[in-house]
Ligand binder design. Structure first.
Ligand SMILES: N[C@@H](CCC(=O)N[C@@H](CS)C(=O)NCC(=O)O)C(=O)O
Length: 222
């Protein structure tokens, strides 16, 4: 067996990997880990990611020719880009920029957008103080402003080429609107460069195929 084994779901972190696999033209088998049913805590999955979060992959032919498992969506994207030679610029400066934005997503966008979504969606029942949602809404908008400024002068996160940096970030912007239904509250339309870039990324045929693997665009309707 040579196919990459994908363990994921249609969440903003989870969907990055089928998008990348489709864009890179790599062969893979799909496994669903339903985090709403607690399947991320199964012993078999914990062996792939001790942190019990999707996504994870197993490459049957890892760097030393034996199976290699990888956790953390940013690390998976980087691994796949290096293995396929795709979606990571070859130019050393651009490559460094792409990796910086990959870390920016992992350290800022994921945690802050996720915390905003948590208090926005579940806070009303569990926390009667408006502060947490307001705090993370402000931080989410601050991060969107940074992206908007970047995309005012760049067609994609790094220059003129779609890369793993784009894939790591744009599903999170879709999620704010689609799943958290916070587009109006966050004034998403005012981040016009971000929204134009999201539309451009999400209309790529291979990216659309990636969405479909776990029905990403249906998730907000449930
Ligand atoms: N930094 C991690 C975050 C992964 C993550 O938070 N995954 C969520 C879904 S988007 C998850 O598995 N949640 C289940 C849980 O927390 O129990 C990554 O980028 O892979």
């Amino acid at each position: 067996m040579t196919n990459i084994q994908l363990y994921s779901l249609g969440s903003p972190n989870g969907i990055k990997i089928p998008i990348a696999l489709e864009e890179m033209g790599m062969a893979y088998d799909v496994h669903t880990v339903d985090i709403l049913k607690g399947e991320q805590f199964a012993d078999s999955f914990k062996k792939l990611n001790p942190n019990c979060k999707i996504p994870a992959i197993v490459d049957p032919q890892g760097p030393d020719g034996t199976p290699h498992s990888i956790m953390e969506s940013g690390a998976i994207l980087l691994y796949l880009a290096e293995k396929s030679g795709k979606l990571l610029p070859e130019n050393p400066s651009e490559r460094s920029e792409a990796i910086q934005w990959l870390f920016f997503q992992a350290a800022n966008i994921g945690p802050m957008f996720g915390a905003f979504g948590h208090f926005h969606t579940y806070g009303k029942d569990n926390c009667d103080h408006p502060y947490p949602e307001a705090r993370f809404a402000t931080e989410t908008q601050r991060l969107l402003s940074i992206l908007n400024e970047r995309l005012e002068s760049h067609e994609y996160i790094v220059g003129h080429t779609y890369s793993i940096a784009d894939i790591s970030i744009f599903p999170w912007v879709i999620w704010l609107n689609m799943f958290y239904k916070a587009g109006n509250q966050l004034k998403l339309e005012s981040f016009s460069h971000v929204m134009a870039w999201v539309n451009k990324c999400s209309s790529r045929p291979a990216t659309i195929r990636g969405f479909e693997v776990y029905n990403f665009t249906e998730m907000g309707k449930t």
